[in-house]
Design a protein around this ligand. Sequence first.
Ligand code: ADP
Length: 160
Amino acid sequence: MKRIAVYPGSFDPPTYGHIDVIKRALPLFDKIVVSVLDNPGKHCLFSIPERIKMLRSITRNFKNIEIHSFRGLLMEYARKKNATAVIRGLRVVSDFEYEFQMAQMNRELNPHVETLFMMTGTQYAYLSSSAVKEIAKFKGNIKKFVPSIVEKMLKTKLKI
Ligand code: ADP
């Protein structure tokens, strides 16, 4: 049986923190499905196709990876993708409470899918998509935080 994991998130936009998690998770599974959550209730800067485009471009040389989007229940999506695990990243303690609740609830919904937490690479502990957007908005340098395609698309989006 293939070991498949789903890595869900907003990825609005993807950062080096996300990429670090993907790179470290890849050797642990036969396939990682990175999936952009299509949540109409959450206002995002980038559209789903834009976020998929960025993720596909960044990971074009990675093996055993698929980039998609999904709507609805993560556990239902994981079942459809034959995944046995969901990967989430943990940065600071404040991530923990929310993630803990989600993981418990998701286990109730589907006990066959395990939530695995990956500690952030310490150099990315402070890095979030919202911080990157904020810095970009005020014309700060974001080269250290995101790949060049993300920097380019952010500048276009924010008309910088
Ligand atoms: P969400 O809205 O689902 O939190 P994000 O795109 O912000 O979507 O994050 C997706 C996942 O990646 C989450 O599990 C988040 O904790 C993790 N993540 C985000 N930034 C980092 C980082 N710098 N280091 C490690 N994990 C991260």
